[in-house]
Design a protein around this ligand. Structure first.
Ligand code: DGL
Length: 262
């Protein structure tokens, strides 16, 4: 079984993509809704939460772990790999960086994410480790998460907020932009409009799903333990009627959310 965790419901955008690209595998999702958002928490807290989320999924029988949350990927991926050295981990940042490098022609890349993700400097680090000559321009867009969770995606003030956040990035003449937060693909149209039609938007969910697919094709030994013989499971650390609405909307199907609290 593939274990996927996120700070809350945002990781369902990653689940959706994994279900689309890897329909033959069983997944268990954990959304830490009781402690979300992670994006404005401290490093130590995010690492502690990510460890507990991972341990829970391993206890459920996960054989690989997808860190569906960009913030946890930015802050906790190294600590997780160190703590659980035998488990294959997939973060949502590494494949997005590779995709962005691949499509960029002018080597001017943009990244948007939560404050914790952007302040971590992880994109700059990952890109400069392997690729020279790229310039990275980043911007934290913390208001996007609550706007999306209120379902205010089409409201005029959401466009105003997007213009305010993206105006300076637009001036940098980037040619690709990583949507470095689980919620941002839901604002794709507005972001595209404000950043400019020619900028290629990178959705990390698509690329992490491709990465997992590639990995599994090379690890046939794991295939059996991941196969789709049982139903997918969805756990959350807090469940409210509004959350159930969001879950069904984002996932595009009805599920039976189960409670797991720490
Ligand atoms: N899931 C988080 C991320 O992708 C966004 C929500 C939060 O701040 O927890 O960064």
């Amino acid at each position: 079984m593939i274990g996927i965790f996120d700070s809350g419901v945002g990781g369902l955008t990653v689940v959706r993509e994994i279900l689309k690209q890897l329909p033959d595998y069983q997944i268990t999702y954990f959304g830490d809704t009781a402690r979300a958002p992670y994006g404005n928490k401290s490093r130590d807290t995010i690492i502690q939460y990510a460890m507990q989320d991972t341990q829970f999924l391993l206890n459920q029988g996960a054989k690989i772990i997808v860190i569906g949350c960009n913030t946890a990927s930015a802050i906790a991926a190294d600590a997780l790999k160190k703590k659980f050295p035998t488990i294959p981990f997939f973060d949502v940042i590494t494949p997005a960086v590779s995709a962005s490098i691949k499509v960029s022609k002018n080597k001017r890349l943009g990244v948007i994410g939560t404050r914790a993700t952007i302040d971590s400097g992880i994109y700059e680090k990952k890109i400069k480790e392997k690729h020279q000559g790229f310039q990275i321009f980043s911007k934290a867009c913390p208001l996007f998460v609550p706007l999306v969770e209120e379902n205010w995606i089409k409201q005029p003030f959401t466009k105003v907020v997007a213009r305010k956040y993206l105006y300076t990035l637009r001036l940098k003449q980037i040619d690709s932009l990583i949507l470095g937060c689980t919620h941002y693909p839901l604002l794709r149209d507005i972001i595209q409009n404000k950043i400019g039609k020619k900028v290629i938007l990178i959705d990390p969910a698509e690329h992490v799903a491709m990465d997992i697919k590639r990995f599994l094709s090379e690890h046939s030994d794991l295939e059996e333990s991941l196969s789709n013989s049982q139903q997918h499971q969805f756990y959350f650390s807090d469940i409210t009627p509004h959350l159930i609405d969001l879950i069904h909307k984002w996932l595009g199907q009805k599920i039976n959310p189960r409670l797991h609290s720490f």
